[in-house]
Design a binder for this molecule. Structure first.
Ligand SMILES: [Zn+2]
Ligand SMILES: [Zn+2]
Length: 363
């Protein structure tokens, strides 16, 4: 099958629009960020175009119909149909974060306070991944995902110091906390300087507004504070439905929570997504990406753990880590986790990182 090749100059122009200038990166990192250009290519192109850039058909872990891994189908980033409205390219992000006076000379706050602010049941607190307790394990993940950020893990803060609104959900009957009450007041309630970011973890479920049912986590860029929960009692539908009465049958044990690979996956997915919001990253419309918006726990669980090239460019500019080293450390972390709690999403992420590191080899 023959097809018209997209001109290199058009790709270059698109990449410049999406990820800005790349001259400070080595050639293989430049090629990596250039992958962003494909999301703006005309849609009529054959889907297996440009295998040299690692783009093509197939699912995210690069399997053919026969189940065999194929080079041509080694998709690193799956483009989406990109609407004009709502895009946040790297230059747009740069304009926002540098224009609000929240940073000076590209100096972002470099400290993230990770604060579990509610007591966890003993079984959850003592749940170990290898020799690490759950919260320490989560903190270790944040230290790698946000390499070059100081992640301070403190357990001496709790909700009794904070004023906030709660409600009991009409379908599940479970208590929920109004998340905006938390993110707008945690710095002052805990006497934490505004120069630090806060990522707080609750045991109680969260809700975003009276009209909405549930939220796994939420972040405020201007408040420099994000909050996420374990998401134990999500109503089946995000919007109330007539069959809502049956939505959460079977939930009887207040502390019931499956301690498994899926829980671990959920926690790192949400914690990393919300913390990226603190750095000014909006929801991503370009690729299947960690920064995609999700409207349910199920949807959030199916989204990637990793950032697309556009979003990675923003995170990298914020923190200045070594991209290869970070990916390699993430790989080791996930492999270790998967050794203890096998999970398909963890496994797919490890395979993705392998391919990624292969493409990023120097020379
Ligand atoms: Zn979000
Ligand atoms: Zn993205």
């Amino acid at each position: 099958m023959s097809f018209k090749t997209v001109s290199k100059s058009s790709d270059k122009k698109n990449a410049r629009y999406l990820v800005g200038k790349l001259k400070n990166f080595d050639p293989s990192l430049q090629a990596y960020f250039m992958l962003s250009a494909c999301c703006l290519r005309p849609r009529q192109l054959p889907p297996d175009h440009s295998p040299e850039l690692g783009l093509g058909t197939g699912d995210k872990i690069g399997k053919t119909d026969s189940g065999k891994t194929s080079d041509k189908n080694n998709v690193l980033f799956m483009p989406r149909c990109v609407p004009v409205v709502g895009r946040q390219t790297y230059p747009m992000w740069k304009g926002v974060v540098s224009g609000l006076g929240l940073i000076r000379k590209w100096k972002f706050p470099k400290t993230l306070m990770f604060l579990p602010i509610e007591m966890l049941p003993e079984s959850v607190k003592e749940f170990k991944i290898g020799d690490k307790q759950l919260l320490q394990w989560l903190c270790d993940f944040l230290k790698i995902f946000f390499s070059e950020m100081n992640v301070n893990f403190a357990t001496n803060y709790n909700l009794s110091q904070v004023k906030f609104k709660t409600r009991y959900h009409s379908v599940t009957g479970k208590k929920q906390i109004l998340v905006s009450d938390l993110y707008s007041s945690l710095h002052s309630s805990f006497n934490i300087p505004r120069s630090n970011y806060i990522l707080a973890l609750t045991w109680t479920d969260l809700y975003p507004t009276e009209e909405l049912n549930f939220v796994l986590g939420e972040a405020s860029y201007s408040c420099r504070c994000a909050v996420f929960g374990f998401g134990r009692y999500e109503p089946k539908s995000y919007v109330s439905t007539p069959d809502g009465d049956n939505a959460n049958k079977g939930i009887t044990d207040e502390n019931k929570l499956a301690l498994d690979g899926q829980l671990l996956w959920k926690l790192i997915r949400v914690a990393s997504h919300e913390t990226c919001h603190l750095l000014g990253l909006n929801h991503c419309l370009f690729f299947e990406c960690s920064m995609n918006e999700s409207k349910s726990v199920k949807e959030a669980l199916h989204q990637p753990l990793f950032l697309c090239p556009v979003c990675l460019r923003k995170l990298h500019k914020s923190l200045g880590f070594d991209i290869r080293q970070r990916y390699a450390q993430l790989r080791d972390f996930l492999q270790n986790t998967n050794n203890h709690y096998q999970n398909d999403s963890l496994q797919a992420s490890i395979l993705w990182l392998d391919r990624c590191l292969e493409k990023l080899q120097i020379g």
